[in-house]
Design a protein around this ligand. Structure first.
Ligand code: PGA
Length: 248
């Protein structure tokens, strides 16, 4: 089995302010020793306000599927890279359900991210109803297929985040065993696209991760980190989650 360095991602969503930028960056800069990779995805307006520091990198929460032009309100991958982002979250369930993003739109966004040198953090996940109907694996396979079946070479440059919709913002975290079962399925599926790349792809868990449950999730073989929403808005909690993921 290969070593995958853990990655902990903060997804601020449409929250936060300059005060939080200072709190989070100051807390992360103060850390030393073995750290996981840490990625902060604030609203894009805050990206330039984070001091550059090797303890963390910056990402965006969304991007346009277009490279440039008359697309009012959109932000391109190249602009995000210029603003300091190294990564971008793509296909978050809030984008899929609230803004109607389809699997093919998500694939177009992944293409734009990669063309600009950004690492996509591709979110996949099932609803409570799909899980109850035992369709979890089918839904995940469709979401992954839309992005990688035609372009398997994209896989090596991607991070995957498994975010069951029933766990996001609900306090109902998947149990470590539930997360491991699905992550193992995702890795099997990735191996169908690119058997050489799949063992190295980081698969993050997201959905009500907090300082109390992160260590037991990270202890699972195929859980390589977390995408953290609510708990990332508290610098102390977020640092505790980061420190519960073993660094190199
Ligand atoms: P949550 O959000 O940690 O608040 O559940 C996770 C996410 O939506 O990325």
């Amino acid at each position: 089995m290969r070593q995958r360095k853990p990655l902990v991602v903060a997804n601020w969503k449409m929250n936060g302010d300059q005060h939080l930028v200072h709190q989070v960056s100051d807390s992360l800069v103060a850390l030393s020793g073995a750290l996981p990779d840490i990625l902060i995805c604030p609203p894009v307006i805050f990206l330039p306000n984070f001091p550059k520091h090797p303890n963390y990198r910056l990402g965006a929460q969304n991007l346009s599927e277009q490279p440039a032009g008359a697309f009012t309100g959109e932000i391109s991958a190249v602009m995000l890279a210029q603003a300091g982002a190294s990564h971008v979250i793509v296909g978050h369930s809030e984008r899929r359900t609230l803004y109607g993003e389809t699997n093919s739109l998500v694939a177009a966004k992944v293409a734009q991210a990669l063309a600009a040198g950004l690492t996509p953090v591709l979110c996949v996940g099932e609803t409570a109803a799909q899980r109850a109907e035992e369709k979890t694996f089918q839904v995940l396979a469709e979401q992954l297929d839309a992005v990688y079946s035609a372009q398997p070479q994209w896989l090596a440059a991607s991070v995957i985040a498994y975010e069951p919709l029933w766990a996001i913002g609900t306090g109902n975290t998947a149990t470590p065993a539930q997360a491991q079962q699905v992550h193992a399925f995702i890795r099997q599926q990735l191996a169908r696209y690119d058997a050489a790349a799949a063992p190295d792809v980081r698969i993050l868990y997201g959905g009500s991760v907090n300082a109390g449950n992160s260590a037991s999730l990270f202890a699972q073989t195929d859980v390589d980190g977390a995408l953290v929403g609510g708990a990332s808005l508290n610098a102390t909690d977020f640092v505790a989650i980061c420190l519960s993921a073993k660094g190199e």
